[in-house]
Write a protein that binds this ligand. Structure first.
Ligand SMILES: [Zn+2]
Length: 474
């Protein structure tokens, strides 16, 4: 259809003049979608802004998970690929995970992003609220073109049915969000034209909670035509479970083990907070094997042999010793080493300055593939925040994102390509021994997110919250 592309002189002389954008008279709403995307930064309650590092939960269907954008060197069995692949092994299942059939902007499938933020409340409003996200979170908006956009009078309104959700601003002009469109190559001849508008919208949850996932809906409007073009889903806020961690400093020499000093901050503010779980070190204790050795020959034997022992044997012995001699071992009849009906809800973090080959840390797993309640951080992992959170993630029921077969999580990805806490910091290369994969694999390079792997996916938030170590009511 032919359109009149006439410069609107009134607008040109006013608002739009300063931005250098000239409005055109466009009577028909153009076709586009709005996607919420995670901001690059986060501002804390003291107004201090830092780079995003897991301070709130944000998840979306990443392009590279479903389109062949990133080159994968090897599959998860070490077979060479060296081609661009969707990073998720089953992109269709992943799309189904995120698809929201209640919205179809201009007839297109839509995959809303998810955010999890703590409700900012007084104790009277809700005793498990937090001021962690008092300033809200600033999000980016991605405007995806379904046809070429022009600078016109299209407005966007952001609406939520729950007034506890504070959206700032509630209205934006499309023309202030778009410039020259960027083009993203999605592989196999697919391309996307889009505009990225950074830090355009702030979302807060204040004054109470919600027992449902709230929705922020985006409506585009021009000349009386209105279309729902986007959505953000806010994870329900009425239950803030907790996880109690017993941190055990395992002393094997005359010195105490030194662990990364801010790991408790990581638990509370940069990892499990994304699942709206408070993971707190409830007991900070010591387990002095040097002292115990004097009266227990079995511990002396263990200390003598530990240098040549395998991680799984070290873990078993250490946990057995702690169940017997530990000051904060669980009540008689319960176990910290595996999940059983009599198991404890506490999670035991053992950290030690002995080594187990090149193993950084390890979490217990029983014969029924249930993750246990204890994990060990060895010398090589003591200063490694990723390992300390990653192993705790296992203890809360999360497998690796690349794990296949019967241990697989809900979705499986190639090894070493995501920014997820449950991924590895290196890409899987060829096997050390192709006839025996249990001997391990060479690395084919670093995960490009190494040092910045702060994500937990929405479906992992759900898994963590269902783990038996999580205390729902308290
Ligand atoms: Zn692991």
């Amino acid at each position: 259809m032919a359109r009149t592309l006439v410069i609107d002189t009134i607008e040109a002389a006013g608002r739009s003049f300063s931005s250098g954008k000239e409005l055109v008279i466009n009577p028909i709403l153009k076709k586009f979608m709005i996607h919420f995307r995670r901001g690059k930064t986060f501002t804390n309650k003291k107004k201090y802004t830092t780079t995003y590092a897991g301070q709130y939960g944000f998840d979306w269907l990443r392009d590279e998970y479903i389109y062949p954008i990133v080159e994968v060197t090897h599959d998860n069995n070490g077979v060479a690929i060296k081609a661009k692949k969707p990073l998720c092994l089953d992109p269709t299942a992943l799309k189904t995970e995120y698809l929201d059939t209640s919205i179809k902007p201009h007839g297109s499938d839509y995959y809303p992003a998810w955010i999890s933020i703590f409700p900012h409340t007084t104790t009277k409003e809700f005793e498990h609220g937090s001021d962690m996200h008092e300033k809200g979170v600033d999000l980016n908006l991605e405007i995806e073109e379904l046809e070429d956009l022009v600078i016109d009078r299209t407005t966007l309104s952001f609406l939520c049915g729950n007034s506890l959700v504070k959206i700032t601003p509630e209205k934006l002009n499309l023309k202030d969000l778009i410039g020259t469109a960027k083009i993203k190559d999605l592989g196999l001849g697919n391309k996307r034209k889009y505009h990225l508008a950074e830090n355009k919208i702030n979302i807060k949850f204040k004054g109470g909670t919600s027992g449902i996932d709230e929705e922020v809906k985006v409506f585009a409007e021009l000349n009386g035509t209105k279309e729902e073009v986007g959505k953000l889903i806010i994870y329900k806020t009425n239950e803030i479970p907790k996880a109690e961690i017993v941190a055990v400093n395992v002393i094997t020499t005359n010195n105490k083990t030194i662990i990364k000093d801010d790991y408790q901050f990581l638990f509370k503010n940069q990892s499990f907070n994304q699942a709206l779980v408070r993971a707190e070190v409830k007991v900070d204790t010591e387990f002095n094997l040097v002292e115990l050795e004097k009266t227990n020959p079995s511990i002396g034997h263990f200390l003598k042999n530990v240098k040549t022992m395998k991680s799984k044997d070290i873990k078993k012995d250490l946990v057995d010793f702690y169940e017997k001699f530990g000051e904060h071992s669980p009540p008689k009849g319960s176990h910290i080493n595996y999940i059983g009906t009599k198991g404890t809800t506490r999670t035991y973090l053992f950290y030690t300055d002995f080594t187990a080959g090149n193993v950084l840390g390890s979490c217990s797993l029983d014969a029924n593939k249930n993750w246990g309640n204890s994990y060990i951080i060895y010398k090589a992992g003591l200063e490694d925040g990723h390992t300390i959170v990653h192993e705790a993630g296992h203890s809360f029921g999360l497998p690796h994102v690349f794990q296949g077969g019967s241990y697989a999580g809900k979705h499986t990805f190639y090894h070493g390509y995501t920014d997820n806490y449950m991924d590895y910091t290196w890409q899987l290369g060829r096997p050390i021994d192709s006839k025996d994969l249990s001997k391990g694999f060479y690395s084919s390079g670093n995960n490009k997110y190494k040092g910045k792997m702060f994500s937990l996916f929405k479906w992992q938030w759900d898994v963590i919250r269902k783990d038996r170590s999580i205390i729902e009511k308290y």
